[in-house]
Design a protein. Structure first.
Length: 119
């Protein structure tokens, strides 16, 4: 996985350029000739994330971890506009990654149970 910014130019030549850099680095670090053992190669990048997931700027991780989109400044679990609408998953609290996405489901379930009791 090669972390890059969103909205960058994406084409076959650029992908191959990055691939060469990574393979060269891996071969240098491991002391093994890896390239000659590759039987199949497939990449998934900005254009694919846009096409397959309609993701903003071809991003893979949702919201950037900038200060204004971190911790309690992330989108709420409960919609401010639509009554009884809740959100869970990496785009809300606590954030990206499988464990936080699962925690998010637990938090929202607890919130719904708590709010239901108050109705
Ligand atoms: C390349 C890559 C590597 C990663 N590696 C790791 C890792 O090593 N460890 C880790 O913890 N996390 C990793 N992550 C992050 C992790 O995969 C995500 O944070 C996590 O999967 C988010 O879970 P989620 O349920 O919030 O969203 P998702 O898993 O994205 O699920 C959202 C689902 O909603 C569906 N959907 C979207 N729009 C609609 C719609 N309009 N109608 C119906 N369905 C819709 C999508 O098809 C998708 O199935 C990685 C992510 C990427 C992209």
């Amino acid at each position: 996985m090669i972390p890059i910014a969103t909205n960058l130019e994406d084409n076959e030549d650029i992908r191959n350029e990055y691939f060469d850099i990574i393979i060269e680095r891996l071969e240098k670090l491991t002391g093994e000739k890896l390239r000659e053992h590759i039987l199949f190669k497939k990449s998934f990048c900005i254009n694919d994330f846009e096409k397959e997931y309609n993701s903003y700027g071809g991003n893979a991780y949702g919201l950037a971890n900038t200060l204004m989109q971190t911790a309690f400044l992330r989108p709420n679990l409960k919609s401010k506009k639509v009554k009884n609408l809740y959100f869970s998953g990496q785009l809300t609290v606590p954030g990206p990654g499988v464990p936080p996405a699962i925690v998010s489901g637990k938090l929202v379930a607890e919130l719904i149970i708590k709010n239901e009791k108050n109705i």
